[in-house]
Design a protein around this ligand. Structure first.
Ligand code: ATP
Length: 296
């Protein structure tokens, strides 16, 4: 689809949760190899992109402490898109409205970068394929290729080798970010190069998705990084326990944390769990599984 006349567009950048997260090894360049089942949720940021305002990339957002220069992954994505496509820079204004908690393990920054790539592809009528956008995205971060696609995906390699999976059965998701942030690289550094005693049953998770077995998915939620972040911060275990006490069918930490999410078949239980957490943790959200693929 070409939109050559367009000069502005609003794109949604969806958050992800990890149904499983395994670290399988470390490459000579220091990157870790992973095996993770990624799942989009409805919680999203909005990015309004407008072209034609002169030259250069300008950005503003509703979060004061986020960088608005090259330190912002959305800006980096816009610059790389222009460089890689060779399209002329006639000015891009990015207006970001964030809802996804920052530095939380929900791929907020990666998802913003992916949304800018998808949005600019449409805005400039560039016609790049999803595979081409994924390749540009990988230069920004290992989770960006997944965020181009969205939905349910197995991510391997450093996160860029993607296999589409059957949709995750619908359910309510409560996500709760305690008020501290973790540095992903530091968590990886403590993973012992992927030599771990306990690992997720990734194959079982794939079978549960294949069978649309919601209970099977909930029983196999597992994140190897929870051992590291959870041992540093008691809040991780406390949030999990609160969710499970209020009827979560399963609860784990997402990504390198510190966000913990719970899956709920019952809307009432999800609301009760969120209410129990909200007083103590203001960044508590009720959201839902999102299986639709993103448009490129
Ligand atoms: P992941 O799950 O991929 O590890 P995350 O949720 O842990 O991601 P992000 O929210 O992507 O972490 O942010 C990580 C860092 O990136 C933050 O310290 C933040 O300052 C920086 N950053 C740059 N651009 C953005 C953006 N558009 N949104 C959020 N954070 C950004």
């Amino acid at each position: 689809m070409k939109h050559t006349q367009m000069n502005e567009i609003t794109v949604k950048a969806y958050a992800k949760i990890n149904l499983t997260l395994d670290v399988t090894g470390r490459l000579p360049n220091g990157y870790h190899t992973v095996k993770m089942v990624m799942q989009s949720v409805d919680l999203h940021d909005d990015l309004h992109l407008r072209r034609g305002g002169g030259m250069g990339i300008r950005m503003k957002s509703n979060i004061r402490f986020l960088p608005s220069d090259e330190g912002n992954l959305a800006v980096r994505a816009a610059r790389l898109f222009l460089e890689q496509t060779g399209l002329p820079d006639d000015g891009v204004d990015i207006d970001l409205f964030k809802r996804i908690p920052v530095a939380a393990g929900m791929a907020g920054g990666s998802s913003n970068a992916a949304a800018v790539l998808r949005g600019m592809n449409q805005l400039y009528g560039a016609g790049l394929s999803a595979a081409e956008l994924r390749e540009i995205g990988l230069a920004i971060g290992a989770d960006v290729p997944y965020c181009i696609e969205g939905g349910s995906m197995l991510a391997e390699g450093i996160g860029e080798v993607l296999t589409p999976l059957p949709p995750m059965p619908a359910c309510h998701v409560v996500a709760c970010k305690p008020p501290f942030s973790v540095v992903t690289a530091k968590v990886y550094a403590r993973m012992n190069g992927g030599k771990l005693a306990i690992r997720p049953d990734t194959r079982g998770m794939l079978q549960a998705l294949e069978a649309q077995d919601y209970g099977g998915v909930c029983h196999r939620l597992y994140n190897v990084m929870e051992m590291v972040t959870g041992s540093d911060y008691a809040e991780i275990g406390e949030i999990k326990d609160t969710m499970l006490d209020h009827g979560a069918d399963g609860a784990i930490m997402s990504g390198s944390g510190p966000t913990v999410f719970g899956l709920f078949a019952s809307e009432e239980n999800a609301k009760d769990a969120a209410a129990a957490l909200q007083g103590r943790f203001s960044e508590t959200f009720i959201t839902h599984i999102r299986n639709e693929k993103n448009q490129v």
